[in-house]
Design a protein around this ligand. Structure first.
Ligand code: F0G
Length: 448
């Protein structure tokens, strides 16, 4: 029997709670995490079991999250799960993107292949299943878009009521459209994500509504299976680097936890290094780590200074006061990782290069390639290092951004003026009259 409990993330506190306890944080104010004691875990048996499940038709085995359920054993084994075959996302080699970054090879793990088009589904299946197991009927989140789309879908599918809080006018159209279509009570707050979060966090709890943001430890459990599936796809050969975008920093926390646990259980021989990439205008963790290095002090001693008015066109990661910064910092330290920041121009062009590789992603995801390029140019990542970048969301989430980039009208509003983005890889549509000769000339000039 595996024993399961919730524990305060802060080792100095270390308070424990039963896994059925409903509380958004520890009594001391730090976040909680799910902990297990795995007395008889055999890594070779686990790998064989997970592999054999690929031919099973059990809904849990068809899920790329629950297939690895020995890694996330927080539910009783007979508890139903709310699953839509999430996970199962491909690892795709991208030669063109590798060349752009200055690497010999680069693989993308594309979480945009999930049911609602983002990595949030990996954590929502576990979070929503725990909500149902606890007898909760109403679930809520504050979101920059993807969490709300995912929550809306999983709640609808599982027969729960979803309430979503989003910063008005600051989420991509594809994500808002999803939430509306899946029937979530959609509340647009006229403020940014951080302000909305501060207002809603305790209010939701007091209303008896179950909060499914990534501060929820069961969301983290599902998201950590992204790296488990990745290692399986790599034949359990650990890459040198895993690179991902950072916003509220739940995913960085989840990846680090998953990697440490896989090492502890003997599934992998060593830890890869983790590189978390933030957008320059919304980069509080990057700024903290840089300041700590400059002052020769531990970042813990300084503490995170929130970015008051975070800016970036990668709206998914427009967050100035990330809830999981302490967890993410611990994981960066545990993996000897780094945190980098990239500009709007760098994100936009990296996104276009991912598109030209035939892969495509939403803006926040492209921060990975922009960050890798920067880290390679600084010799932090070696050109023959083995690197996996996680594309967190689908290209179709934010069509407005992509169209504006290719049309040359993309710009970041800044203190009254607009900061234009010059597309390095534009692909403007060409308008023609219904004239065969003209179309023929066009084809001759453009397809040679
Ligand atoms: N990429 C995408 C596409 C996202 O939607 C998010 C976060 C991130 C990266 C960053 O992940 O927050 O775990 O560091 N989106 C959240 C949301 C905040 O509400 O959908 P993180």
């Amino acid at each position: 029997m595996t024993s399961v409990f919730l524990r305060c993330f802060d080792e100095k506190c270390g308070a424990r709670y039963p896994v059925t306890e409903v509380r958004p944080e520890c009594a001391c104010g730090n976040l909680l995490e799910a902990c297990y004691e795995w007395p008889n875990f055999d890594p070779a048996v686990a790998k064989r079991t997970w592999s054999a499940r690929k031919t099973s038709r059990d809904p849990r085995d068809l899920s790329g999250v629950w297939r690895f359920r020995e890694m996330i054993p927080f539910l009783p084994s007979d508890a139903p799960v709310i699953t839509m075959r999430e996970g199962n996302t491909p690892l795709i080699e991208a030669a063109r993107a590798a060349e752009y970054a200055g690497l010999e090879a680069l693989a993308f793990k594309h979480q945009g292949f999930n049911p609602t088009g983002s990595f949030k589904d990996n954590g929502m299946t576990t979070g929503a299943s725990q909500a149902a197991a606890l007898g909760k009927h109403v679930v809520a989140c504050v979101s920059t878009g993807n969490t709300s789309a995912s929550l809306a879908a999983y709640a609808a599918y599982g027969g729960l009521r979803a309430v979503i809080f989003i910063p008005a006018g600051q989420i991509a159209s594809g994500k808002l459209a999803q939430a509306l279509e899946y029937g979530a009570l959609t509340i647009q707050v006229q403020a940014n994500f951080d302000v909305t979060w501060k207002i809603v966090f305790h209010l939701v709890e007091q209303a008896g509504i179950y909060l499914l943001n990534s501060v929820n430890p069961f969301r983290v459990e599902g998201q950590k299976t992204i790296v488990v599936e990745m290692m399986e796809q790599l034949g359990w050969e650990v890459p040198d680097w895993i690179v991902l975008p950072g916003g509220n920093l739940g995913n960085s926390s989840a990846f680090g936890k998953g990697l440490r646990e896989m090492k502890q259980l003997g599934l992998i021989a060593r830890l890869p290094r983790m590189a978390v990439i933030q957008a320059e205008g919304s980069a509080p963790l990057y700024q903290l780590i840089r300041r700590a290095a400059a002052e020769g002090r531990p970042p813990w001693e300084i503490g995170l200074q929130p970015v008051e008015s975070p800016q970036t066109l990668a709206t998914a990661i427009r967050i100035g006061s990330p809830a999981s910064w302490k967890k993410a910092l611990r994981e960066i330290e545990a993996t000897r990782g780094v945190c980098e920041a990239v500009s709007e121009q760098e994100i936009a062009d990296a996104k276009a290069v991912i598109g030209l590789s035939g892969i495509g992603c939403e803006p926040a995801s492209a921060a990975t390639l922009a960050g890798i390029r920067k880290l390679v140019s600084r010799n932090v990542i070696g050109k023959s290092d083995r690197v996996v970048a996680v594309l967190t969301g689908n290209l179709l989430k934010d069509p407005g951004y992509t169209l504006a980039y290719h049309e040359g009208t993309l710009s970041l509003p800044q203190e009254g003026k607009a900061m234009p983005i010059e597309p390095g890889f534009p692909n403007r549509p060409i308008s023609v009259p219904p004239d065969a000769a003209q179309i023929q000339r066009l084809l001759e000039s453009r397809t040679r």
